[in-house]
Design a protein around this ligand. Structure first.
Ligand code: LLP
Length: 425
């Protein structure tokens, strides 16, 4: 995070708080979230996209404090379950500033969305149209969008690419599915179609795919106008803005993205004779990812002829991303200063499988030993939200730091928590 300060003697401060102090106070593993950094990132979005609606994608990470920060910074929310939606609304987030997503919305998801008055529901399959219309009822009213796949392959890993036709999300532009669904939505008097949505994928570091998406979505909006005489007011480009997980890696530049998307929108709309729609975007990772740090304690060091393994007290249960997407992190020793030279090591977790690797072939001081603390930066998105209790290891806490003070936001999952769910015998 931007507020990270490195001091002599190996002290690393985030938000003015030494990480070693948090490890002492809250135990390890722990996630540390820099409140100022999250807020700053929200403001960067607001400044780069002053006319757009910016919805933070809650799947990256959500807790009640974060709901407040996002609300105070003037962003909306994108949720994809009754759980995320309820957490936000019961924390005081205005339901009308929330979008509900999902390729397979459960009755509970839809029921909660309608009960709480969610702002927009994003339609992902044709069968949903009748379901939502029936649930809204003939006297009711619900704003919806239609999610399309613009036939673009983009994203940092094949598991997080969603813009092409051959995956589970959205309605294809190519085979007429999207237009057909739009016609059916327009036929439902209780549904108000506000616009077209697409989400190309995640961890995208290039602006170009977004510009192609703008052209294709505006093309669809023009066809909707021509066929139905309806001018849709919104265009949602989803999220997916890539960040650097290690120093020197590329990240998507938001100012460039904003400038080029605005220009492309203006040009495509002018060519189609359409007014420029309100832009909606849904960044998740880029808001919280760089604001989080994971802190671990080293439990064991093993040297083999080929490799040195440094094992920590967490692993794939709190960070499945290296195993799932091959993401590479840059762990570092904190809490003490080492004069030892660097050694290439493999940082592994404590779980009972060989694939439980947090970072492969990374430099750590050669005297790294049990009891040392390691920090893994860029741990604020898709870490805790994807954590499990594999091997009955409780999920780590989240500690917020700000102005030299630490505050527990989410407590550690205890063995009692895990045992309490086991109710049969
Ligand atoms: N909007 C929609 C409809 C999405 O499905 C997503 C992410 C986002 C926005 C936010 O994308 P972001 O800006 O955070 O890239 N677990 C994976 C990422 C999965 C993303 C799923 N959808 C990871 O750890 O990389």
């Amino acid at each position: 995070p931007a507020s990270t300060v490195e001091e002599p003697h190996g002290r690393l401060l985030v938000g003015g708080v030494p990480l070693a102090e948090i490890a002492e106070g809250h135990g390890t593993p722990a996630y540390v979230l820099d409140e100022a950094e999250v807020r700053e990132r929200c403001r960067t979005y607001r400044n780069a996209f002053p006319d757009a609606e910016i919805h933070y994608a809650a799947k990256a990470f959500l807790c009640r404090a974060l709901v407040h920060w996002v609300e105070e910074e003037g962003l909306g929310l994108d949720v994809c379950s009754a759980g995320e939606l309820e957490l936000a609304v019961t924390t005081g987030f205005p339901a009308e500033r929330i979008l509900l997503h999902g390729n397979a919305k459960s009755p509970q998801d839809l029921g909660t969305a309608l009960r709480l008055g969610v702002g927009r529901i994003v339609i992902d399959t044709p069968a949903e149209i009748a379901r939502i219309a029936a649930a809204v009822g003939s006297g009711g009213h619900q704003k919806v969008m239609v999610r399309v796949t613009p036939g673009i392959s983009a994203g940092g890993h094949r598991k997080i690419r969603t813009g092409s036709d051959d995956q589970k999300f959205g309605l294809s532009l190519r085979d007429g599915h999207a237009q057909h669904a739009i016609a059916r939505v327009l036929d439902q008097p209780q549904l108000e179609l506000t616009g077209i949505h697409c989400h190309l994928g995640s961890q995208i570091t290039d602006v170009k795919p977004y510009l192609v998406a703008v052209r294709r979505l505006v093309g669809l909006m023009a066809r909707v106008r021509d066929t139905h005489g309806v001018t849709l007011p919104e265009l949602d480009l989803g999220g997916g803005h890539g960040i650097a997980h290690r120093p020197g890696e590329p990240a998507l530049d938001l100012t460039t993205l904003a400038r080029k998307v605005r220009a492309e929108l203006a040009e495509s709309c002018a060519a189609a004779g359409l007014p420029v729609p309100r832009l909606v975007i849904e960044p998740g990772r880029a808001v919280t990812g760089p604001a989080g740090v994971a802190v671990y304690r080293v439990l064991a060091v093993k040297r083999t002829p080929g490799r040195t393994f440094v094992a920590v007290d967490g692993g794939m249960s709190d960070n499945p991303r290296p195993a799932l997407y091959g993401v590479r992190y840059a762990p570092r020793l904190i809490g003490r200063h080492s004069l030892a030279g660097p050694e290439r090591v493999t940082v592994v977790g404590r779980h009972c499988e060989a694939g439980d690797i947090l970072a492969e072939d990374v430099p750590l001081p050669a005297d790294t030993h049990p009891g040392d603390l390691l920090a893994v930066p860029v741990a604020g998105a898709y870490h805790l939200s994807m954590a499990s209790s594999y091997n009955l290891v409780g999920r780590p806490p989240v500690v917020a730091v700000r102005d030299g003070r630490a505050r527990l936001l989410v407590r550690r999952e205890t063995l009692e928590d895990l045992r309490a769910r086991d109710v049969g015998l």
